[in-house]
Every structure is written in C-alpha cells, then in structure tokens.
Ligand binder design. Structure first.
Ligand code: HEM
Length: 442
C-alpha cells in the first residue's frame, strides 16, 4: 500500500469541473494545489486523476519511470487534428519518427534557421510604421508562421497566415469539447456545430499543408529542412517508408507546434514588458549594445538579459500550460506514492511555476530571479522532459531571444489600454481577445 494521497471528493470535483472539465482546469488545479499541496488525487466519471506539482515526482514521471506511461487523454485528443505524428504517437513509432526528424534540429541547422529568424524580424521592423497600432497576437503568429514555414518547410506560407490563424483558432476552440466524459461522443457527431467547425478547419489546414508538401516536392532543392527529411524518409529504398498520411501528420505537427507556442510566448513577453518599464529599459540597454551583423548564434548567446526575460515570461505564461500522462501499469513514485494503472497524471507548468516555495514572490515578473541559480531541477518545465521533451526547444530559444532583441532595438511597445489581459487555457495559453499595442520607433 502506498502513502495516502489527499484530494477533493468526487462530488466536489464534479460540481467544479462538470461534463466539460478542460476549460475549468486552471482555476481548479490552482485551488487543489493550494489546499492539498504538491500531490493530489481526484476523480471524474470513468477517470482517475493525479495532479503532480512536485519537481522530484514530475521527474519520476517524465524521466525515471517514463516507460510506465503513455500520453494522456488530452494528448490523444490532439490526434483528431494531428493524426499519429511526433507529438501524439507512442513507442516504437515515436522513437523512429524522432530519429528521422532530429537532424532538422541539430545545432548547425538551428544556426541556419537563426539567420532566417533575424531576417524576418528585420523585415517586421521595416514593415511597421512609427506610432502604428498593432494587434500583437495576430502579428506574432504571422511572424512565427513565416519563420516556421521558411525554416522547417523551405517555403513561404506568409500569404496564408490569416487563414491558418482562423483555422487554428477553430480547432483550438473545439478542443475542450472533445475531452471529458462525453468528449469522444461529441467529437463523432458531425452535425454538432462545434464538431462541424472543427472538421472544416482541419480540412482547411490539411489543404494548406498538402499544398506546402507539394511545393516542396516540386522544388529542385533538397535542403536539410524538416520537410525534406520527412519526404526523403518516405523515399528510402529499404527499411522505413512513411505514407503520404504520415508525412502529413508529421508536417502538420511541426507546422503548428513550431509557430503557435512561440507566438504566444512572444505575445506574453511584450505584454509583460509593457507593464514593467524598468525591465524594458534594461532590455533596451542590452539590445542597443548588440551587433546584429555578427553570427546570429553568437548574438543570441550574448544576450543574457533578453534570455532571462524570455525565461521569466515562460515561467508566468507557459505556452504549453498543461500536459499529461496515463499510467500503463502500477507505478511507485518518490515519497512512496502509488499510482494505479489507468490513472491520468497531470503536470501543469502554469501552477507549478507559481509555487511560492519554489519561486519566491511568484506573481512578480522578475528576470533577475534566474541569476540566483537556485531553481530545483524539474521545477521549471515549459518544454517538458525525458524522451518526449520538446524537440523544438533550441529553435524556440533562438527565435524568442532574436525576435525580442531585434524588435526591441527598433521599437518601444505600449499597451493601448491598461486593462489586464486574461488568459484562455486551450491547448496553449492564449490571450482572451485582441491585444492592441502601439509601437514607437526608438
Ligand atoms: C515556446 C515554445 C515552445 C514550448 C513552450 C513548447 C512546449 C512543448 C512541450 C511541453 C512538449 C512536451 C509535451 C509532453 O510531454 O506531453 C513539447 C513537445 C514537442 N514540441 Fe514543443 N514547444 C515549443 C516550441 C516548439 C517548436 C518551435 C517546435 C518545432 C519547431 C516544437 C515541436 C514539438 C514537438 C514535435 C513535440 C513532440 C516531441 C516528442 O514527443 O518527441 N515545439 N513542446
């Protein structure tokens, strides 16, 4: 028998989460963590949950005992959109796909991508006039979409940016309704407006991604971008041959995972900077001294304060705000806690990153906290960990730091109104409504 795990009763849990639990999870989990501490159990009809908010147990699940877990229902629900790609597949296919795609994320590739990142950031600065008002969420999505399509696909999807945004938004908004006791049923009922909107949006994204694959095949170049690797893997004479469908699943996964998360990370960083002028001033001091004609990887490595700002922003607003695993077998965790087979384990960076004992004065946006170097391992997990750790982490760091630095060098950003921006926790942590900002040339 393992140690007893505290938590709210079934009745209380159901009253708070209802039949569509996903949207209410952020508030519920924050409450549970405050009341019961770093580990808590709760149940909904047909599903047992364990909420882990402790670094050593999180390490257990993500690394030490990762073989005992598969992706949870939330991850599986993404298959409706992404099929069986890198994010959603299980072993052994996952390991095989990761090996195929990995070279596209090697250091030399990231160095080449970093040049494209800086070039797109420079163009953004050219395209925006002094005193312009900009909807920053759309603008950051378009910028990261352009970067992802050029670097990962070797094509320009800039013109389709608004369509991708609309389709992506529709798929994300319908995501919560596909989770929970009735999720599976709802997602099969094509006549429901939410399901119809999802199906239409997926068809549109498919069309765009198949178009990008066709463009890439037609071009004579076979670069080292991710799409070339996927297509080449399909053409290999022996061993693995991926189908059209497999290329589509991988490509759509990279296309979406590669721009949606970084767009949100950048958006939240501009928002925080606008509300903390003293941090913005220090950032300006650093980026004003940067020499943008140097090698982008060297520039990125030298911008230590900018990096801390990006790090701190992803602490408060982690774009992948939650991820989960399901235990395939009985597991014993650090501290003597036993997890029964079939239990869903939830890990929520949004709650973990605000634990006051791990991050003193947790609500404060304080990039300097990272200078202390006292954050325990696995207390900060915006990119997950273990074999399923984000493959795009280095890509995201380079893009975050270089885009922030290049844009902050050219412009000062301020909010058009002082209202606080609320979060909407869908697959990623997005802002509720538009985020209008005014830019002033520096
Ligand atoms: C700030 C930006 C990003 C954040 C916060 C982020 C976060 C994450 C997290 C938490 C996971 C693990 C999920 C889990 O364990 O269930 C993950 C996986 C993944 N990410 Fe990212 N990501 C970011 C950027 C990117 C980029 C730029 C790419 C591609 C260019 C990317 C592609 C992927 C893929 C393919 C996986 C699945 C990896 C696997 O299972 O082997 N991500 N990401």
């Amino acid at each position: 028998m393992g140690a007893r795990i505290p938590g709210p009763s079934r009745r209380e849990t159901f009253a708070k989460l209802g039949m569509q639990p996903f949207l209410r999870l952020p508030t519920f989990l924050a409450e549970v963590s405050e009341r019961y501490g770093a580990i808590a159990a709760f149940q909904l009809p047909f599903r047992r949950f364990l909420f882990l908010n402790d670094p050593s147990q999180i390490k257990d699940v993500l690394v030490t005992q990762q073989h005992a877990f598969v992706k949870s229902e939330g991850g599986r629900a993404l298959r409706r959109l992404l099929g069986n790609g890198l994010l959603t597949s299980e072993e052994p296919e996952h390991r095989q796909m990761r090996r195929i795609v990995q070279p596209a994320f090697h250091r030399e590739r990231i160095a080449a991508y970093a040049r494209a990142m800086l070039e797109h950031a420079r163009r953004w600065c050219e395209e925006h006039a002094d005193a312009a008002t900009i909807e920053m969420h759309a603008s950051m999505s378009e910028l990261t979409l352009r970067i992802a399509s050029e670097t990962l696909f070797g094509v320009d999807a800039g013109e389709q940016a608004s369509e991708v945004r609309a389709a992506l938004r529709a798929t994300m908004e319908s995501y919560p309704s596909g989770i929970g006791p009735l999720g599976q049923i709802r997602s099969r009922l094509g006549f429901l407006p939410v399901t119809r909107r999802f199906n239409e949006a997926r068809a549109r994204l498919d069309e765009i991604v198949y178009g990008l694959i066709a463009q890439r095949r037609a071009s004579a170049e076979t670069g080292g971008d991710a799409l070339s690797l996927l297509i080449a893997a399909e053409d290999a004479e022996d061993g693995y041959r991926s189908s059209d469908r497999q290329v589509r699943d991988e490509a759509l996964t990279l296309f979406l995972a590669g721009h949606e998360t970084t767009a949100n990370a950048l958006l939240w960083t501009w928002y925080l900077l606008a509300r903390h002028p003293e941090v913005e001033r220090r950032l300006h001091d650093e980026v004003d001294g940067a020499d943008f004609s140097r090698d982008p990887m060297e520039i990125s490595a030298s911008l230590e304060y900018t990096r801390r700002v990006f790090r701190e922003s992803m602490r408060l607003y982690p774009p992948a705000w939650i991820f989960g695993r399901e235990a395939r077998e009985r597991v014993m965790l650090a501290g003597g806690y036993e997890i029964e087979a079939g239990t869903t384990v939830l890990i929520a960076p949004l709650v973990l990153h605000r634990r006051p004992d791990l991050f003193p004065d947790p609500e404060r946006f304080d990039p300097e906290r990272w200078l202390r170097g006292d954050t325990p391992q696995f207390a900060y997990v915006p990119f997950g960990g273990g074999a399923r750790r984000c493959i795009g982490e280095e890509f995201a760091w380079s893009e975050g730091v270089l885009v922030l630095a290049r844009l902050a060098r050219a412009f000062h950003f301020e909010m058009c109104d002082e209202r606080e921006i609320e979060t909407v926790a869908l697959v990623t942590l997005r802002p509720k409504g538009p985020v209008a900002m005014r830019v002033t040339r520096r």
